[in-house]
Ligand binder design. Structure first.
Ligand SMILES: [Zn+2]
Length: 85
């Protein structure tokens, strides 16, 4: 994994956990407490490829009904073009 921020070049990345929203086709999965490195300067988050692979496998299992999610949420959807003044 990168040891400096590819976005701003800052050298201090801190190990944290964060919420990750994974999209598979048109389905969203929200995963909390995902380990990542976060840039102390700009807040950009970096996830390990193995972590992302595990998330994708989990999401696939849920979509194929091999596994039930811990919870489900309703999600609001908007088109930017519909924003009024
Ligand atoms: Zn940064």
């Amino acid at each position: 994994m990168t040891r400096h921020c590819a976005f701003c070049g800052h050298k201090h990345l801190t190990a944290k956990t964060a919420r990750y929203i994974h999209q598979l086709n048109d389905e969203l999965l929200i995963i909390d407490d995902v380990p990542c490195l976060e840039c102390e300067f700009c807040g950009e988050q970096y996830f390990d490829a193995a972590v992302l692979k595990a998330i994708e496998a989990e999401h696939t299992a849920i979509m194929e009904h091999r596994k039930a999610p811990q919870a489900t949420k309703r999600v609001a959807v908007e088109s930017y073009a519909s924003f009024g003044g």
